[in-house]
Write a protein that binds this ligand. Structure first.
Ligand code: GLC
Length: 546
């Protein structure tokens, strides 16, 4: 395996395996119980050994952490909780030296209420230049006590908060599609555009290989800010997926393309396939997360349909597909697939505390790993997925930190359950999340994670970790896995089976009885033991064809 990234490789992002690091929860180097950049730096060899090509780091910027860092107060500095700008440079060099590319999060829809621009807006008058960078409006009703429109925050409650005037009496309202600590920026303002172009350059100059764009479809709002109730049912959303957003990404693409070696974008786009295509046009974003796949239940028919749809969408614009099982916002896959209803957020509501069979979930998550890593395109691994970690559902309410809990009035317990600090060493306090003597991890880890600690799994051929390592090694080595597209093998409704290239097949059994494997020369890898040419239920196999 080569060390050092190859700067002449312009297409690395077309089939990369990208590992998501949620920095608070990855590894603690400073002993304060919170993950940080020195902690991540020390664990880079683990990621190299795992066999990923790149890491995506969730926001590391200076932030009051009202939303885990997705509330940025300074886009050109690292939060002291995570380290320093020098640590970031050291990390970029260290990762590149190990052949790992680095994608960072950019959060353009909103900033923190502590950002100097918003502080200036609060201090300024209605109608001022300072307020024009945000969406400030007078309230409705004779005393302005009603929000300017009926939009809701994604975390629950109204998307508007009222601010006092200079004399302390209630004044204008400002828009926040997320928490009140995350005021939305006004992307019709040229200074906002110029500022983000400059921020992109700041980090590109420091060597980042790409950006994950937070809520990439929300930046542009209908300037009239109309109430949704006033719109026809089939009218376009006044704040999501507005056509003018594409011009922003065309400009960003030109900036990225002006740098040597491919610098890329991956969009967080919870949109339909039809509109996804527009973001993936050759002069816009390189890739986007496949949320259709991430939300699909453990059912052959649904997954086959999503795979077909995904490939058709991406082929039509020449973009590589991505395959995703989890991230820092959604229920961990072991838990999701261990439930009777295994789609993510059926009826649009995140599920909490439904009965779960973790053994079954683990078995399915192993099979799911072999399925998604065999599909053509990029794959994302959310930290801890390679350890088979499950959603921690019993975190006491008072320890939970996700603003969703409070803003939804307790209706949604929030996303802390997938953000619990990783277990590295089975026999150390805090499972080695921090150095000896460190403060306890910022969220409690289940005692049962001892068996899923990285060092407990390393070298155990039956562990989830070794399955991922072996799968990533095989994925790299198999010529057929670098060929575009796949061909379905005719199979029953409970099976997914396809070939890649000339001599590789992946078969997954979703049914309740063993199925015979198609003719093959050898079994390269399987998610559970196979015998007598049979594939057990909830099992996947990679085959070498004769
Ligand atoms: C994205 C992030 C999420 C964050 C939200 C607001 O959805 O993934 O964690 O809360 O944007 O920035």
């Amino acid at each position: 395996m080569s060390s050092q990234i190859d700067p002449t490789d312009e297409t690395w992002w077309r089939e990369a395996v990208v590992y998501q690091v949620y920095p608070r929860s990855f590894a603690d180097g400073s002993a304060d119980g919170v993950g940080d950049l020195p902690g991540l730096m020390a664990r880079l060899p683990y990621l190299r050994e795992l066999g990923v090509d790149a890491i995506w780091i969730s926001p590391w910027y200076r932030s009051p952490m009202a939303d885990g860092g997705y509330d940025v107060a300074d886009y050109r500095d690292i939060d002291p909780l995570f380290g320093t700008l020098r640590d970031a440079t050291t990390l970029l060099d260290g990762a590149h030296g190990l052949g790992l590319r680095v994608i960072i999060d950019i959060v353009p829809n909103h900033c923190s209420d502590r950002h100097p621009w918003f502080q200036a807006a609060l201090a300024a008058q209605p109608g001022s230049a300072e307020r024009a960078r945000f969406h400030f409006r007078p309230g409705l009703g004779s005393d302005g006590s009603q929000p300017p429109n009926d939009w809701s925050s994604a975390f629950g409650g109204p998307a508007w908060t009222r601010v006092p005037t200079g004399d302390g009496s209630p004044g204008e309202w400002y828009l926040h599609l997320f928490s009140a600590e995350q005021p939305d920026l006004n992307w019709d303002h040229p200074e906002v555009r110029a500022e983000f172009e400059s921020i992109l350059r700041f980090w590109l100059d420091r060597g980042v290989d790409g950006f994950r764009i937070d809520v990439a479809n929300l930046l542009i709002k209908d300037p009239a800010l109309p109430s949704q109730a006033a719109l026809d049912a089939d009218a376009p959303s006044p704040y999501a997926d507005r056509p003018e957003v594409h011009e922003i990404y065309r400009t960003w693409r030109r900036i990225a393309d002006s740098y040597q070696s491919a610098r890329i974008f991956v969009g967080e786009l919870w949109v339909s396939q039809e509109s996804l295509k527009r973001y993936l046009r050759p002069d816009e974003l390189h890739t986007a997360f496949n949320f259709a796949y991430l939300q699909a239940p453990w059912e052959a028919e649904r997954l086959r349909a999503v795979i077909n749809e995904t490939l058709a969408t991406h082929n039509s614009v020449g973009a590589p597909a991505t395959w995703v099982l989890g991230n820092h916002d959604v229920t961990r896959v072991v838990t999701r697939f261990g439930r009777a209803e295994s789609s993510y957020a059926p009826d649009g509501v995140r599920v909490h505390n439904a009965p779960v069979d973790l053994e079954l979930g683990t078995r399915r998550a192993r099979a799911a790993a072999l399925l998604y890593l065999a599909l053509p395109g990029c794959a994302y691994i959310y930290q801890g997925e390679e350890l088979g970690l499950w959603e921690v559902e019993d975190i006491p309410l008072e320890l939970r930190q996700d603003p969703t809990l409070v803003q939804s009035g307790g209706a949604d317990l929030g996303r802390d359950g997938c953000r619990v600090p990783l277990p590295w060493e089975a026999d150390e306090p805090g499972f080695g999340f921090g150095p000896r003597g460190a403060a306890a991890p910022w969220l409690p880890q289940p005692a049962e994670w001892k068996a899923r600690a990285a060092d407990a799994q390393a070298g155990d051929p039956e562990s989830v970790l070794e399955l991922y390592r072996e799968a990533l090694r095989t994925r790299k080595a198999e010529t057929s896995l670098h060929v575009n597209g796949l061909l379905w093998i005719e199979s029953d409704a409970q099976t997914i089976a396809f070939t890649r290239g000339t001599d590789f097949a992946c078969v997954v059994n979703f049914g309740s009885a063993p199925i015979p494997l198609p003719a093959h020369e050898s079994i390269l890898l399987s998610s559970a033991p196979t015998a007598h040419g049979l594939l057990e239920p909830d099992t996947a196999a990679w085959l070498r064809l004769g």
